[in-house]
Design a protein around this ligand. Structure first.
Ligand SMILES: Cc1cc2nc3c(=O)[nH]c(=O)nc-3n(C[C@H](O)[C@H](O)[C@H](O)COP(=O)(O)OP(=O)(O)OC[C@H]3O[C@@H](n4cnc5c(N)ncnc54)[C@H](O)[C@@H]3O)c2cc1C
Length: 502
């Protein structure tokens, strides 16, 4: 197989780059080792689109965050995903904290944010009535917002595919091929893919990819643990609440999610393994205790899930690495994309596109990066029952066209069969229970899939035309069923001896 550009990694950065480059007349191939996009850091984070007062104005983090923040309203409208610009408050208790808030405000203004404000007393408690009464000051940033990071990543990938990019899932880059100081291909588990440009957006593994071209930065994972409360608690706070940030992180926040759950976390500590996503007893305690300093009455009885994410922290570095390799032509690093990477994704893609133009001139002098005249910026709307609860007659019209929208499969999140079938046939298709969950929310509610998982499994099996025994939770090795009941065997006609995998 031959392609103009290979992008390694289907996180928010790789998929955003794929979408941006699909504006041009280029053959683009995104390679992702997992069974779906958004399986790395882009699924386990706070989902905040930061205002951009935190990072130093001299860094890429500071500049790209502010530049990107303004783009999210249009981007999310185009991609038909929810985004709420609810604003953030960094809160302080002491005079020393007040001085830190002043510094943050000054830094934010240097970064180009105009409407930052320090607020106190009545003004503050009017905005946040449930805030700890001992809080004295807050830096208010109306530009901050909340988003679902995996819904954004999936939508970016879908849009790239609609515009001609290829997304290869379950395909792992094992080696980089170089000839005369120039990239000439990637070796994957499925064979060689010839290319003269590689964009390294491999997240936690970007150092291992870069090693292939002689670069030697090192990524150390920094874990962050979270707790998520049931939907009825999203209204406990109106804004994203942060403590005073430290050198290591922005601190343990309390915020509603875009689907109105309440989220607390993350803590921050180094771990050895790049796949260590376990939550810990100590972490749960730390997150809960710290969050209580902001909102004293947390609904511990309504905790629905805890999870963790890993920051791709570059040893000894404190900024994104976005540059063409100085050693090998055709290799571009987009590495060390820690927070605010999600918030900076749109401006990162523009920067990568400019680097690619320079790189391409040296490699393919005949290649001009011309825009396609048929680039489609938007995705079609996905009907969701939860968007229609107040306009039930309109939902009735949808059911009349397709009766699958009239059958509710996930009771907690109110997801219909039609929504699940649609997710299975999206440009980047859902093939597992978790992939359905990320696209539709089926299984994300209070019972965490206890009721709907068997039903979703059956729909996946019918639509993909494969045995229920081959349906997985999250890709090969996570098959859900070990065997089937007599009733299932009769219904599906599966020969059990041939299919059982234990
Ligand atoms: C706890 C936490 C909280 C955060 N909160 C926020 C926030 O609120 N706001 C914000 O702006 N940012 C936040 N971030 C940062 C943000 O999540 C990241 O910047 C962003 O998700 C990075 O995306 P990525 O595409 O670089 O990496 P990833 O999402 O990890 O994607 C990399 C992909 O590459 C794939 N891959 C790796 N190696 C290979 C290979 N050899 N072959 C093929 N594929 C490969 C992986 O499977 C993965 O899917 C947070 C991060 C963490 C950990």
């Amino acid at each position: 197989m031959k392609t103009d550009v290979v992008i390694i990694g289907g996180g928010v950065i790789g998929t955003a780059i794929a979408r941006e480059l699909s504006r041009y007349r280029l053959d683009i191939t995104l390679i992702e080792k997992e069974e779906d996009v958004a399986m790395g850091t882009s699924k386990g984070n706070s989902g905040i689109i930061h205002a951009g007062y935190d990072a130093d104005f001299k860094t890429l983090k500071g500049q790209l965050n502010v530049k990107s923040n303004l783009q999210f309203d249009k981007l999310c409208r185009d991609l038909k995903i929810p985004f709420k610009r609810i604003g953030s408050l960094v809160v302080g208790f002491t005079k020393e904290d007040f001085n830190k808030l002043k510094d943050l405000k000054e830094n934010g203004e240097k970064n180009g944010i105009k409407n930052l404000k320090i607020i106190t007393d009545d003004e503050l408690f009017k905005l946040e009535p449930n805030l700890n009464p001992q809080v004295k000051y807050a830096l208010y940033a109306p530009a901050a917002g909340i988003i679902s990071p995996y819904e954004l990543t999936i939508a970016l990938a879908d849009n790239a595919v609609i515009n001609g990019a290829k997304v290869l899932l379950e395909t792992e880059v094992k080696d980089i091929r170089i000839e005369n100081g120039q990239v000439c291909g990637v070796v994957t588990n499925l064979g060689l893919i010839e290319t003269r440009v590689i964009i390294n957006a491999a997240g936690l593994y970007a150092d291992e990819m870069a090693k292939g071209v002689g670069e030697n930065f090192k990524i150390k994972p920094l874990k962050g643990e979270y707790q998520l409360f049931d939907k009825q608690w999203g209204n406990l706070v109106n804004h994203i609440l942060f403590p005073i940030p430290t050198k290591l992180s922005k601190g343990i926040l309390v915020a509603p999610t875009v689907h109105n759950n309440l989220l607390i976390g993350p803590n921050s500590y180094q771990v050895e393994e790049k796949d260590d996503l376990a939550t810990t007893k100590a972490g749960i305690k730390e997150v809960y205790e710290e969050a209580k300093k902001l909102i004293p009455h947390l609904p511990h009885q309504d905790l629905v899930a805890s999870f963790a994410g890993l920051r791709a922290d570059v040893e000894g570095g404190d900024d994104f690495i976005i540059e063409a390799s100085k050693k090998i032509r055709g290799f571009i690093n987009v590495a060390g994309i820690v927070s605010p990477g999600l918030s900076s994704a749109p401006a990162i893609t523009e920067m990568v596109s400019d680097i690619l133009k320079e790189v391409a001139q040296k490699i393919y002098p005949q290649l001009e990066l011309n825009y396609k005249n048929n680039f489609t910026e938007t995705l079609p709307a996905q009907p969701r029952f939860t968007d229609y609860v107040d306009k039930i007659e309109k939902w009735q019209e949808i059911i009349e066209k397709d009766s699958d929208y009239g059958e509710i499969i996930c009771r907690c999140e109110k997801v219909s069969k039609g929504e699940i079938i649609r997710a299975i046939h999206r440009p980047v298709p859902a093939k597992s229970l978790d992939a359905i969950k990320r696209r539709t929310r089926a299984g994300m509610g209070r019972c965490q899939g206890g009721f709907c998982s068997p039903r979703v499994l059956r729909i996946l099996s019918e639509e993909l035309k494969i045995s229920p025994l081959r349906i997985t939770k999250k890709g090969p090795g996570s098959e859900v069923l070990k065997t089937m009941t007599k009733e299932m065997i009769k219904e599906t006609g599966v020969k059990i001896k041939d299919e059982v995998r234990v």
